[in-house]
Design a protein around this ligand. Structure first.
Ligand code: PLP
Length: 388
C-alpha cells in the first residue's frame, strides 16, 4: 500500500456516503423505502435535448478533441440565455467558462483564487463540496450562519471586521441547498457593496436558479449592478433540464476569474464531449417550456408534501425555491436521531441537517424528488409514528 498525500488526508469525511449505504441496506432487505435523502433529479432529460445528443454523436467532428475552453457556439448560447432570461450582457469569450459540472467548478475555484492559508467565507448550512474545495486548496473556512430569522441570508454586519478584511472569496447559493431560501436583488446589492468594500471575490452558486415558486423567478447575482466587478456565478444544466448525468455547467462574470478558471482547466481537461456541448446548446436556445413545466412539477410536489405534513400536525414552512424542504425536527431529537427514526420506523430516507454544517443541526432536508403520491405517502408514514 502507498501513503496518500497530505492534501487527500485533509479532505472532509463524505458524511452522506454512510447514509446512502444504510438506505441501500434497507432497500436490499426488501423494505419499500421512500428515498428523499439525495439531491438527484428523478425525471428524464427532455427528448429534444437527448435527440440532439444522438445526432451530434454521429458527427465526426465530435469524435475528435473538442476545442480547448469549449465550443464557441455553446458559450454564445450561454450569453444568449443570460440576455434572454436575466437581461444580462456577457461576452461569450471572456465572461463565460464551460465547466465539467458545477461540482468540479466549485472544487477547483479555491485553487484558482487563493493561496494556502487564505480565508474563504462559506455558508453554514451549505453544500458540502464547498468544504472539499477549501481542503484541496488548503484554505481556511470562516462560516457564515444562515438562520431562519434572517430568511437564511448571511448577515454581513455580523462578520467581524478582521475576518472580512482577510477573506478573499465568499460563497453564496440562492435558491439555497439545503434551506430552500431564495435571495432578492436587494441582498445581492448588499453583497456587491460588502465584497467591493473588502475586495472579496463573490462566487454565487446558482444551481437551482430555475426553481422558484409562487410566481417568483429567482434573481441572478449578475443582475445586481456591479456584480461583474466583484465576482462570478455558477450555473448548471443538471437541475434546470434534468441533465445531472451529463456534467455540464458554466461560470459567468468577472473576466479575470473566468480566465483563471480556464487556465486551470487547460491543465486538467480539453473540454466536454462535443456532442454533449451541442445538446447543451440546443437546451439553452430552444423553447424553455420543459423548464417551465419542471418548475410547475416541483411546485405541485412541494404543495402536496407540505400540506400533507400540515395534515399530520407538523407545522413546517414551505420553501420558496430549490427542490428541498428544510424541516425543523421535533423537540427531543437531533437531526441525525430523527433521520434515523424516519428511516428505521417509517422507511423514509432524509438527509440530517448536521451533514450540511453545525448550523444545520435541528433540521432535516427532504428532496422533492419523487411523485406527489409518494410524497403524500411519506407524510402519512411520518404521521403514523404518532409524534405530532
Ligand atoms: N451546487 C449545489 C448547491 C448543488 O446542490 C449541486 C448539486 O447537487 C451543485 C452545485 C453541482 O451540480 P452539478 O455538479 O450537477 O453541476
Amino acid at each position: 500500500n502507498f501513503e496518500t498525500s497530505d492534501v487527500l488526508k485533509q479532505l472532509p469525511k463524505q458524511f452522506f456516503a454512510s447514509l446512502v449505504q444504510k438506505v441501500n441496506q434497507y432497500i436490499a432487505n426488501g423494505h419499500d423505502v421512500i428515498n428523499l435523502g439525495q439531491g438527484n433529479p428523478d425525471l428524464p432529460t427532455p427528448n429534444h435535448i437527448v435527440d440532439r445528443l444522438k445526432s451530434a454523436a454521429d458527427e465526426p467532428i465530435n469524435h475528435r478533441y473538442p476545442p480547448f475552453r469549449g465550443k464557441p457556439e455553446l458559450k454564445k448560447a450561454v450569453a444568449e440565455y443570460y440576455k434572454r432570461e436575466y437581461n444580462v450582457e456577457l461576452d461569450p469569450e471572456t465572461e463565460v467558462a464551460v465547466l465539467f459540472g458545477g461540482k468540479a467548478g466549485l472544487v477547483e475555484l479555491p485553487q484558482c483564487l487563493m493561496n494556502p492559508g487564505d480565508t474563504m467565507l462559506v455558508p453554514d448550512p451549505g453544500y458540502p463540496d464547498y468544504w472539499s474545495g477549501a481542503a484541496l486548496a488548503n484554505v481556511k473556512m470562516e462560516m457564515m450562519p444562515l438562520k431562519a430569522e434572517h430568511r437564511f441570508l448571511p448577515q454581513y454586519n455580523e462578520i467581524p471586521l478582521e475576518i472580512a478584511e482577510k477573506a478573499k472569496v465568499i460563497i453564496l447559493n440562492y435558491p439555497n441547498n439545503p434551506t430552500g431560501a431564495v435571495a432578492d436583488l436587494d441582498f445581492f446589492h448588499e453583497t456587491v457593496d460588502f465584497a467591493g468594500k473588502h475586495h472579496i471575490c463573490v462566487v454565487h452558486d446558482f444551481a437551482y436558479g430555475a426553481i422558484g415558486f409562487d410566481g417568483k423567478k429567482p434573481v441572478s447575482f449578475m443582475q445586481a449592478e456591479g456584480a461583474k466587478d466583484v465576482g462570478i456565478e455558477l450555473y448548471t444544466m443538471s437541475k434546470t433540464y434534468n441533465m445531472a448525468g451529463w456534467r455540464v455547467a458554466f461560470a459567468v462574470g468577472n473576466p479575470s476569474v473566468i480566465e483563471a478558471i480556464n487556465l486551470l482547466q487547460d491543465h486538467l481537461y480539453v473540454s466536454l464531449f462535443g456532442a454533449v456541448q451541442d445538446a447543451a446548446t440546443e437546451a439553452l436556445l430552444s423553447s424553455q417550456q420543459c423548464a417551465v413545466e419542471l418548475n410547475e412539477t416541483y411546485e405541485k410536489r412541494r404543495n402536496a408534501f407540505i400540506s400533507s405534513l400540515h395534515e399530520i400536525g407538523w407545522n413546517v414552512q414551505a420553501p420558496p425555491g430549490s427542490f428541498f424542504a428544510w424541516l425543523k425536527v421535533p423537540d427531543g431529537y437531533t437531526s441525525e436521531s430523527f433521520a434515523n427514526l424516519l428511516l428505521e420506523k417509517a422507511h423514509v430516507a432524509v438527509a440530517p441537517g448536521i451533514g450540511f454544517g453545525d448550523y444545520g443541526e435541528g433540521y432535516i432536508r427532504v428532496g422533492l424528488l419523487t411523485t406527489e403520491e409518494r410524497l403524500r405517502e411519506a407524510a402519512r408514514r411520518i404521521g403514523d409514528l404518532g409524534i405530532f
